[in-house]
Design a protein around this ligand. Sequence first.
Ligand SMILES: C[S@@+](CC[C@H](N)C(=O)[O-])C[C@H]1O[C@@H](n2cnc3c(N)ncnc32)[C@H](O)[C@@H]1O
Length: 235
Amino acid sequence: MNKIGKLFGIGVGPGDPELITKKAIRVINEADVIFTAASTKNNYSLALEIADPYISDKADIQNLSFPMIKDKLESSKAWNANAQIISNILKQGQKAAFITLGDPMTYSTFGYILTAMEKVMPEAAIEVVPGITSFHAAAARCNKILVEAEETLAVVSGAYGGEHIRSIAEKVDKIAIVKAYKNTKDINKALKETGFYKNSVAISKCGRDGEEIIAEIDALETRNPDYWTLILAGK
Ligand SMILES: C[S@@+](CC[C@H](N)C(=O)[O-])C[C@H]1O[C@@H](n2cnc3c(N)ncnc32)[C@H](O)[C@@H]1O
């Protein structure tokens, strides 16, 4: 009987091809199967583009589909089906690498896989290789300190506008807002209401072609920002 293989969740960094770790490079190179995630919103071929120079010629590349739907039952069926595909590979004794942009434990499709694998194949060996997150890369790119001394940082999703900013603003000094590409009007409104607007900056496509640093974030409202946009805000 085959020895059971291993699944690696690998962060390939935020987009700049030089911001991938040596460990991620080694594990990608050793993998028999590379899994990438595709959805209608996320251009995950970028993760593949970054990983591509390190993928062995013998590796099988498989694209898993992650429908971004609100129905929890339907989406969990899709995640379980993907976990089943991965578990079949592991049962053949193969090494699988699920590659994802930024860090796999931070707003990543790998999180769905991790949860589904616990149900579908609880005995699976899983190892996570962290990646540099988008907001760490953005802070570095903008020379903007994320947190220091006794400050606190909240990382929130802007997908539903300023909702999380309003609920957290009193308790923290800095906020990193990912998914800041829609509802930007309400995000700006919330930042103004809570005193975070003045010390804020947006960055699109950090470390990639077409990168933009937007100092006056009001401008996001008229610019129809790219999906790969985040805001760093401070009091
Ligand atoms: C699904 S989350 C993925 C986060 C990722 N796992 C990480 O560790 O940063 C997608 C959001 O991350 C942010 N993002 C990721 N890469 C980015 C980049 N290169 N430049 C700006 N924002 C980025 C954007 O806000 C985007 O909407």
